[in-house]
Design a protein around this ligand. Sequence first.
Ligand code: GLU
Length: 310
Amino acid sequence: MPSNADLSEIVATIGRDMADHLGGGKVADYIPALARVDARRFGMAVITTDGEVAETGDAWIPFSIQSISKVFTLTMALERLGDDLWKRVGREPSGSRFNSIVQLEHEHGIPRNPFINAGAIVVTDALLAGRAPAAGIAEIRDYVRKLADVETIDIDTEVASSEAATGFRNQSLANFMRGFGNLNSPVDDVLKVYFNQCSLRITCRQLARAGLFLAGAGTDPISGDVVTTSKRARRIAAVMMTCGHYDASGEFAFHVGLPGKSGVGGGILAIVPGKASIAVWSPGLDEAGTSYVGAMALKRLAAATRWSVF
Ligand code: GLU
């Protein structure tokens, strides 16, 4: 474990080094409201299980959480349903793009894992379980607020509307799964919650804080709150490692070696079990929808701190 001074220096150096790469990758434009974000932004925040924080760049600017929300909804659903959740969603890497429908037919509407869009939509349905969409949205928002210890985290309604207006693929996935009997609530209700959870606005600082319980074996090391069991925290981290970056999860494990979850808003949450929680943000994405500069920064951080789990 680097000392706090060393960690601050490592993070500051990464911030300086990333300046040469800003604007790399391609901002997600299939959700029109995301396409308007400044591609040259970069932020990183690291919080250790001792509560030390190191950050650089735009760590204080809110961005769209997108698929990183799936880590929090998975945790909520496992707490609520236990292992029964795994009857409706698998935990194998898909090797397919995030919004692919091809495996669903062969696998009878059971998505490969909870981080591809189909799997996350099932998890959201499991959480909704007959509630009104507004109540489901408020529960997820409040859960993230509590984990981040920030009451003001909220949903960007413009992004949510933009996703709803262009979410044809997600509608296809949801309808397909409903046809297989793996979605219980009305498709429109489930997608409303899903689009809103993806539209939470959060900063790197807040996101790293919200993920800290995973570094603390399920217990938030600062508040002492037991968010989940250590066994579940380990399993959530395992799914992040194997499935957190869709069809590029292997590449991320190879280069960074940490459980992580990307979002097409350009954020990545990465966990160093027992040590730290890290959030990076830079809007330009690689082919698989992972932040290009964000992944580069995490690779540098993992190398400098020797934090890879391998
Ligand atoms: N809301 C996005 C979608 O459903 C999430 C994708 C992502 O962040 O990877 O397409």
